[in-house]
Design a protein around this ligand. Structure first.
Ligand SMILES: NC(=O)c1ccc[n+]([C@@H]2O[C@H](COP(=O)([O-])OP(=O)(O)OC[C@H]3O[C@@H](n4cnc5c(N)ncnc54)[C@H](OP(=O)(O)O)[C@@H]3O)[C@@H](O)[C@H]2O)c1
Length: 317
């Protein structure tokens, strides 16, 4: 798979060989992420050393290992977080970025887990430190790939009163995932509603500039705003007085740009603290569309059009 002129075309790429710390995965499925759309549009290139073609997460079978230390992994069905290159038949990945397929999850659906789980955990994991404290969490874009996971995480693992913004037609599906309040972002004012209710202790934001000011309004005292997406702009004005008065904390991260050690640590904690809920089925991957890998461009079109619920996954066979 190569990327040319903003479109995806099938092409022969050499079968990769695992480095000393790596394993080789025969890919069963690759998760589609909004970052992939940015990448093929030329705005979000792969980091140095990573394959140039998209794909931040895959599931599949380990068919080779770079070191005897990892020999026990041979034949294991896994999912993995990649810096790129998942839209392929084979992908190499650091052994520390691989997790087993959870017990009640199909191999294909597991491809939609690593990016959402690691992103949500690395931004909202602190809520698990003191889950007995009653909190209100606001997840923007609850119907998205990250959002459907974040809503379940906030409600089922962090035991928070969970609000989310989404199109109104997704209310029932989001309530089924655990949302206590679904705010239709097209007709309701989430900031005013949250403020009236006493504010959100934590906000996970995928919108960026357009939501910056309303997010500050929606925050409760001592609230934390985690910005992970910039779908509507990256330049915002900040009212510092409001920030001080709320004793607010604002963070921003991108998972892919984190150093390898941090990504390994996040995956290890995700395995320890989130995977048990996937094994029991308390949290489920929400994969609503599966397309063959050769239809990656159609998958990108679907995601780009909006109005999709959950994750889109590309299957290799
Ligand atoms: N920083 C990181 O480490 C990191 C990691 C993963 C993802 N991300 C970012 O997180 C975002 C979500 O990624 P994804 O893969 O989950 O994409 P996705 O599945 O396309 O989800 C995007 C969601 O945003 C919703 N949305 C659009 N406009 C909205 C608005 N005005 N108010 C509320 N929701 C709105 C969409 O709803 P509609 O369908 O109704 O438009 C959709 O549910 C992207 O911006 C991505 O780049 C960041």
């Amino acid at each position: 798979m190569t990327v040319s002129g903003g479109s995806l075309t099938a092409a022969q790429v050499p079968e990769p060989a695992p480095g000393p710390d790596e394993v080789l995965i025969e890919v069963a499925a690759a998760g589609v992420n909004r970052a992939d759309l940015l990448q093929v549009a030329g705005h979000y290139p792969s980091p140095q050393g990573a394959p140039a073609w998209p794909g931040l997460e895959v599931s599949g079978t380990i068919v080779d290992v770079g070191s005897a230390d990892n020999a026990t992994l041979l034949g294991a069905e896994v999912c993995a977080l990649l810096p790129g290159g998942g839209y392929a038949q084979y992908a190499t990945v650091d052994a520390g970025l691989v997790l087993p397929v959870p017990e009640n999850v199909s191999l294909a659906d597991a491809a939609g887990l690593p990016e959402a789980a690691a992103t949500v955990y690395s931004n909202l994991g602190y809520l698990l430190e003191d889950a007995s404290r009653k909190r209100r969490v606001l997840v923007h874009g609850g119907s998205g790939g990250v959002g459907t996971f974040a809503v379940q995480f906030a409600r089922k693992l962090a035991d928070a009163e969970t609000w989310t913004t989404a199109r109104g037609e997704f209310t029932k599906q989001l309530e089924a995932l655990g949302a206590d309040r679904v705010v239709d972002y097209r007709s309701e004012d989430f900031a005013a509603l949250a403020q009236e209710a006493g504010g959100a202790d934590a906000i996970l934001d995928v919108i960026g500039a357009a939501y910056f000011e309303p997010n500050l309004k929606a925050l409760a005292q001592d609230g934390r705003l985690a910005i992970i997406g910039l779908q509507q702009g990256n330049a915002a004005q900040i009212h510092l007085g409001g920030l001080l008065a709320k004793r607010a904390t604002i963070t921003g991260t991108t998972l892919r740009a984190r150093p390898l050690d941090q990504r390994r640590q996040i995956l290890a904690e995700v395995f320890e603290r989130v995977w048990p809920a996937l094994d029991t089925g308390d949290i489920k991957p929400v994969v609503t569309t599966k397309l063959p890998l050769g239809e990656a461009a159609e998958a990108h079109r679907l995601m780009g059009a909006g109005g999709h619920f959950g994750k889109i996954v590309l299957t290799a066979k």
